[in-house]
Ligand binder design. Structure first.
Ligand code: BDR
Ligand code: CA
Length: 313
């Protein structure tokens, strides 16, 4: 099978953790490396979490640490511990991993890797776009070498989840998003328009807990924090799985309503972090405007059962 090669740029993060296990399970994807970025927690915590997941589930991917401050050098003062816990993985109390990150930074790794190969490589970014913007700023020659960026973030026709206008990954570093959108690299944006349409039911999570062995138990444990966040909002029966939805969009575009056009990101005023999309057949960007949740659920569950379920290899 022809696999799509991705560098997975992530801020684990509860839904990032699920997306990583899903990517590992999808037969049509090859993860070349994991690149971390701050966002759901500090960069040290996000890198530790990526290493912990790799170690616990024998994921053979190198982990490169990326940015701990925004594209313009701003430190984060307010991590979303009410969603992801203080440690980024729901404060279950996991031990420190013994694996270490690679010595090269993720930005240097991306630049070097893209320059060294003519193999098509996609960047799947499910956190702030800081590392991608930094790589493109330091090495503009890599723009034509990137096959595509698929990113979870933004909102077009639905409200944001941090402000009325802005989604969290974009709001966390709007200058990075603006820089990437302006770079000429093809981008597929899988934002709240699509991800809010693909929710996992709490009953499905409970079933996965029993069906997926250690992976099921891990997902159940980390998701308790997430379930509480949604329950506090009066939502008891399910939750979006933003980053997994973006991961599925890489290889299952048919499950989405895609529109072509051009994206810009507002960086000023009350609309800071808003992603504005103008449809155009000549556009370099695509946006997932809707998702077929039933189909995506089937693909998700099939892959996860095959990789982690009883009788899996
Ligand atoms: C996005 O923000 C983060 O909290 C999640 O990991 C996801 O990538 C959703 O807005
Ligand atoms: Ca994320």
């Amino acid at each position: 099978m022809n696999q799509t090669v991705v560098i997975f740029d992530t801020d684990p993060g509860i839904d990032d953790a699920m997306a990583l296990l899903l990517l590992h399970a999808l037969p049509s994807i090859e993860i070349r490396a994991i690149s971390t970025v701050f966002g759901n927690a500090s960069i040290a915590a996000c890198t530790r979490n990526a290493l912990y997941i790799c170690e616990r589930f024998n994921l053979p991917y190198p982990v490169y640490q990326g940015a701990g401050v925004t594209f313009t050098g701003q430190a984060e003062t307010d991590y979303p511990d009410f969603v992801h816990g203080l440690d980024g993985l729901g404060d279950v109390g996991f031990p420190a991993p013994s694996r270490h990150a690679e010595s090269q930074t993720s930005v240097d790794y991306m630049i070097e890797t893209l320059r060294a190969t003519d193999e098509p490589i996609e960047l799947l970014a499910v956190g702030r776009m800081t590392n991608l913007a930094e790589a493109l700023r330091q090495a503009p020659d890599i723009a034509p070498l990137i096959q595509r960026i698929v990113m979870m973030g933004g909102a077009v026709a639905v409200p944001g989840n941090v402000t009325q206008w802005a989604e969290a990954n974009i709001y966390g570093d709007p200058e990075a998003a603006a820089f990437v959108f302006d770079s000429g690299v093809p981008v597929l944006m899988v934002g709240l328009d699509a991800t809010l349409e693909h929710r996992m039911k709490k009953t499905s999570l409970m079933a996965l807990r029993h069906e997926l062995g250690d992976a099921g138990e891990f997902l159940w444990q980390i998701k308790q924090c997430y379930l509480k966040f949604y329950a506090d909002k009066g939502i008891f029966d399910g939750f979006p799985i933003h980053d997994s939805t973006a991961a599925l969009a890489v290889v299952h575009p048919d499950c989405f309503e895609m529109r072509r056009g051009n994206l810009v990101c507002e960086t000023q005023g009350e609309q800071r972090g808003r992603t504005v999309f103008t449809e155009s057949e000549e556009g370099v960007h695509e946006v997932a405007m809707a998702a077929d949740s039933a189909q995506l659920t089937t693909i998700f569950e099939t892959a996860m059962h095959a990789k982690y379920g009883a009788g899996s290899l």
